[in-house]
Design a protein around this ligand. Structure first.
Ligand code: GDP
Ligand code: MG
Length: 458
């Protein structure tokens, strides 16, 4: 008796890659595939995420059986985070890693590696997230004959030898680049040991070629190598705050990815806030209303009593105005544990929001996730950080930077990601001549500062 129910949850998958390499198109294609092939009543839409159910994975894997006879789908599906790119990925943060179980690194096969491809690889390495490479836009290889929604291994049987050799050349270009970054890589159907070799799946997000293999491979790898990580049970939920959003009629809500346990209406939970941990109680749990119900009912969301991992859910609760995206989300198991959970949350967050004694740069960002990404980028370049915090650039930030500027002018700067510079700060910035770097793309913000830094050093 007292045995807790356990189950294997969906792996949480993110899509990363350089701008215009096809991340959004790929996610749209995957969602379209899930909707078109699901069984009646299966739900594919979550808040901030989409699910490819097991039934769809099984249908996609069927034609692959002759190539991969051992493939059996055991997971309940794949949970894809809907918004691709670094910025939201950085909010999937978890102490020492990421809530994402696996990533798809999208690379335009014609363009090859670009700055954000490299940045994504560095982040995945640092967060220890395993990944596969989707070599996208194969339909743009000279002479390619498209075959809509067909496995790659079928489609190549109908391509000319010249087109196939152009494809091989491109793939070996990617293998070489991955090697430079410390990864052995190979086309997926030639990989012998998936623990040592990164698989490259040639796809077209436009025609759908290779999508069956891409999804089957992710399913296969996750159930083979991360079974333990995917087992969850009827425990109090653990998650991460992906976004903080105002909703008409609901006030401030948080979109949460739950990666462990069960979340119920009325559960007491802790999240990090601008001014310390917030303890509050779930007023409602909201899931997207299925499209076919939209005509009959008001509102984009439906109320549910509970959700189980893995899921994306909108949580409405009082007092979330100051909640921080990128914060851990913990259901408090019992009343006497409230202080303990506040402390755990506070400790976790104070490693990201800090003030150090040494001379270093000032970092200001909109979320805990992006702030952490900036700190990690500075560490990679051996640049010290004096102050890291979430929020607009204030007069006090400028004072901190101007103190640093006197002894270490190369660090007497402010990097501001997706936040405002307050008018009170502007005045002092002009007076003290503090360089302020602003951008809402992480790598461009870093590039601008590093460029200035190199020029300064010369
Ligand atoms: P993102 O910036 O990575 O999200 O890239 P998008 O998904 O917005 O794609 C950028 C452009 O590439 C768009 O014009 C897409 O239609 C196009 N695109 C994406 N995937 C493919 C593909 O497989 N083949 C071709 N020919 N075009 C593609
Ligand atoms: Mg996009």
């Amino acid at each position: 008796s007292g045995e807790k129910k356990t189950w294997m949850r969906q792996p949480i998958i993110v899509v990363l890659g350089h701008v215009d390499h096809g991340k959004t198109t790929l996610l749209d294609k995957i969602r379209g595939t899930a909707v078109a092939r699901k069984e009646p009543g299966e739900i594919t839409q979550h808040v901030g995420a989409s699910v490819v159910p097991a039934s769809v994975l099984k249908k996609l894997a069927e034609p692959l059986r002759k190539y991969f006879p051992k493939l059996v789908i055991e997971i309940p599906g794949l949970l894809f985070i809907d918004t691709p790119g670094h910025e939201l990925f950085s909010n999937l943060r978890k102490r020492g890693g990421s809530v994402a179980d696996m990533a798809i690194l999208v690379v335009d096969i014609i363009e090859g590696f670009q700055p954000q491809t490299v940045e994504a690889i560095n982040i995945l390495k640092e967060k220890k997230v395993p990944f596969v490479v989707a070599a996208n836009k194969i339909d743009r290889i000279e002479g390619w004959k498209p075959h809509a929604d067909t496995p790659f291994l079928e489609s190549i049987r109908d391509q000319s030898p010249r087109t196939l050799s152009l494809l091989e050349e491109k793939i070996y270009g990617l293998v070489g680049k991955l090697y430079e970054h410390g990864f052995e890589a190979e086309r997926f159907d030639r990989v012998r040991d998936f623990r040592r070799t990164v698989a490259i799946v040639p796809i077209s997000a436009k025609t759908g070629e290779g999508i069956p293999e891409l999804l089957a491979l992710i399913a296969g790898l996750s159930q083979q190598f991360m079974k333990k990580r995917l087992v969850t049970s009827e425990e109090p939920a653990k998650g991460v705050v992906l976004e903080v959003k105002e909703e008409p009629g609901l006030g401030t809500t948080i979109d949460v990815i739950i990666y462990d346990g069960v979340l119920r209406r009325n559960d007491v939970f802790v999240v990090a806030g601008r001014n310390g941990p917030i303890v509050t109680r779930v007023r409602s749990l909201l899931m997207p209303r299925p499209l076919q119900d939209m005509r009959m009912h008001e509102g984009r969301f439906i109320n549910v009593d509970l959700v189980t991992a893995a899921t994306g859910v909108k949580v409405a609760a009082p007092g979330l105005e100051d909640a921080l995206a990128g914060s851990p989300f913990y259901v408090v198991p019992s009343d006497d544990k409230v202080e303990e959970y506040k402390r755990i949350t506070q400790e976790e967050v104070s490693q990201i929001r800090f003030r150090a004694e040494s001379d270093g740069v000032v970092l200001k960002a909109d979320t805990l996730g992006t702030l952490e990404a900036l700190i990690e980028a500075m560490r990679r370049e051996n640049i010290p950080v004096k102050l890291a915090d979430v929020g607009h650039v204030t007069r006090n930030d400028v004072i901190e930077a101007s103190v640093v500027k006197k002894s270490k002018p190369e660090y007497g700067v402010i990097l501001s990601f997706n936040v405002k510079v307050l008018p009170e700060a502007e005045e002092l910035i002009a007076k003290e001549g503090i360089p302020v770097f602003k951008h809402n793309v992480i790598y461009q913000l870093l590039e601008e500062y590093f460029k200035w830094y190199r020029e300064f050093k010369e």
